[in-house]
Design a protein around this ligand. Structure first.
Ligand SMILES: [Zn+2]
Length: 299
């Protein structure tokens, strides 16, 4: 895809990445390209720099709050979740290219090297070429890579549209039915998360900013009042205590329109957050609300 075409005039383009890896040999894992390869990442960054001017999320915040001008055709680079490869693979490329980036960290991923529910399911499905399972919405079977990918896509689709499904429980159920180990954590390059010292290393680089992205990665608007407060407070306390990060930057886990609301935004504002992009596809005009910023996912 031509990402440079998303940069234009006075629009603010914010690009969303998750992982940047060296080549990995997997049959079905990463079929959505949540992690992109390093050389491709460098190519994308250079193309973006040709088309526009890199800015930080702080620049965007200052522009909206103080009226500080942005350069023409501004674009920002952001990462969600806190994969270790953000530091080990992406950061050196960003420094080489002198592109600022903001890393939104899910604190329990760091605390316990936790995997997200969908990574747990992908990790399990990678280990079985064929299977028959009973899912909450009916029996399913797969045989071969194409059907494994279709199986994973269907799960993504169903869970995304039904916030009542307990995704972690579903992941455990699928791991059990596939007869693989119940896995919450893995040292595979597609799973390894930053340690706290690595979060501190990112935060120490002047080009980089660290922000929050939930504690457990729960969808914020699916949580009741107390759970929402706990999810936000736990994550912010850990970022502050373990990485001395205490700032205005946050991004919504999942970031789709059904994942946040005025109630969530109010809870974030009460805790000092002033800028929180979604994962809704799009670019932003110069009057865009800092809690409704759109992003362009790079795959
Ligand atoms: Zn996320």
């Amino acid at each position: 895809m031509n990402y440079s075409s998303r940069i234009s005039g006075n629009h603010i383009a914010i690009f969303l990445f998750h992982g940047v890896t060296l080549p990995v040999d997997c049959a079905v894992r990463n079929y959505t390209r949540k992690h992109i390869e390093r050389d491709y990442f460098a190519t994308v960054l250079r193309a973006l720099k040709q088309a526009g001017t890199p800015v930080s999320m702080n620049d965007i915040l200052n522009h909206r709050e103080l009226g500080t001008p942005l350069p023409p055709r501004p674009f920002a680079v952001t990462f969600d979740d806190g994969f270790r490869n953000n530091l080990t693979v992406a950061a050196p490329v960003l420094v080489d290219e002198q592109v600022p980036a903001t890393f939104y960290i899910t604190t329990d991923f760091v605390e316990r090297n936790r995997m997200s529910w969908i990574d747990r399911i992908e990790f399990a499905v990678e280990q079985r070429l064929q299977a028959e399972l009973q899912l909450p919405w009916g029996p399913r079977r797969f045989h071969g890579d194409e059907e494994r990918r279709a199986f994973l896509s269907e799960i993504r689709q169903v869970v995304k549209n039904d916030l009542m499904i307990d995704a972690e429980k579903l992941a455990t159920d699928i791991q059990t039915q596939l007869g693989v180990a119940i896995t919450h954590s893995s040292s595979h390059p597609l799973d390894q998360k930053l340690s706290w010292s690595e979060v501190r290393a990112l935060a120490a680089e002047p080009l980089f900013t660290v922000g929050g992205h939930g504690h457990s990665h729960a969808i914020l608007d699916s949580l009741g009042h107390q759970d929402l407060e706990c999810e936000l407070d736990t994550g912010m306390r850990l970022l502050k205590e373990k990485a001395a990060v205490q700032g205005p930057h946050y991004s919504y886990p999942e970031g789709m329109p059904n994942c946040y609301s005025a109630r969530v935004i109010e809870a974030l504002k009460q805790r000092g957050v002033r800028c929180c992009p979604s994962a809704i596809d799009g670019v932003n005009d110069s009057t865009a609300d800092l809690f409704h910023l759109k992003r362009v996912m790079v795959v």
